[in-house]
Design a protein around this ligand. Structure first.
Ligand code: ADP
Length: 270
């Protein structure tokens, strides 16, 4: 499938991330089979498809947490060597996990500022102020001294967003150019989902040319957070297009998915 270049791309035409010919197998299962996917600066891309089809695997490969068996990854045109810990990427990538993945024994402030406490020379006061700004951004000012167990599921997700976007102001490279969201609204009620979807959009709008990719199968989240949608199934991208076309494309995979029909090219394993 050919990689599209967004028609208007004020942020430049070099993809923030480009996966070329990515394959990944677990045991006997070929989860990804020569997948090509590019996310351009400023873009909002949803990766959708049936459960177990490799969406989270793509995200973990994009984040540099998992190595593909074959294929290349380019970050702003630079080929990635190794994994995220090898720190070769020219820009930073933030990931928000499905479970908020906060440390239960740390306060919200210690969770959000974790990387800055570990890897920066900023003073505790400076980190405190940055954490406060990040919590403000996600609509949770002043909760830095609480523990994760004291928060609702939606609040924990928002704290994990704050942790993903916080950056050391003395190191501009630190500011994520790409955010990866894995099922950010899974398990939330419709209202809490709307709060998270609005937040994803507002963080994006406040951050110029940063891009995000979001894995979700929640209808509202696809429609409210994506500009472009890619449909993954059987190790391949089966379709991609603007979010407005998900209701009109004749693509049989997309039609079956959105009409929730049992009959069709997607075979459900019970
Ligand atoms: P999705 O996000 O689309 O639901 P995943 O990427 O989580 O799918 O998983 C795709 C397939 O790969 C599933 O069959 C899953 O069981 C398998 N898988 C994912 N991660 C691992 C792993 N670390 N070890 C073995 N199998 C895995």
């Amino acid at each position: 499938m050919e990689l599209p270049i967004p028609p208007e791309s004020p942020c430049g035409e070099v993809p923030t991330i480009e996966l070329q010919n990515i394959s990944k197998r677990f045991g006997n299962t070929q989860v990804l089979n020569q997948v090509d996917l590019a996310v351009y600066p400023g873009e909002a891309v949803a990766i959708i498809g049936p459960s177990g089809t490799g969406k989270s695997t793509i995200l973990r490969i994009a984040a540099g947490l998992l190595a593909p068996d074959a294929g290349d990854i380019y970050i702003q045109g630079q080929r990635r060597i190794g994994l995220i810990e090898d720190a070769t990427d020219p820009v930073s990538i933030g990931m928000v996990f499905q479970q908020a993945a906060l440390f239960d024994s740390l306060t919200v402030e210690e969770n959000v500022g974790f990387l800055l406490y570990q890897h920066s020379n900023l003073s505790a006061r400076e980190i405190h102020d940055l954490v406060e700004d990040a919590l403000d951004m996600v609509g949770l000012p002043g909760i830095g001294d609480r523990y994760p167990a004291e928060l609702s599921g939606g609040m924990r997700k928002r704290v994990s967003f704050a942790r993903a976007v916080i950056a050391n102001p003395r190191n501009p490279k630190d500011r994520p150019s790409l955010l990866l969201f894995d099922e950010p609204t899974a398990g939330l009620d419709p209202i809490a989902s709307t709060v998270i979807e609005d937040l994803i959009r507002s963080i994006h709008q406040s951050r110029g040319c940063s891009a995000y990719a979001i894995v979700t199968h929640q209808d509202s989240t696809i429609r409210r957070t994506a500009d472009r949608v890619v449909f993954l199934h059987q190790g391949k991208l089966q379709w991609m297009g603007p979010v407005g076309e998900i209701d009109t494309t004749p693509n049989p995979f997309v039609r079956q998915f959105f009409s929730a029909q049992v009959e069709g090219p997607i075979h459900i394993v019970q």
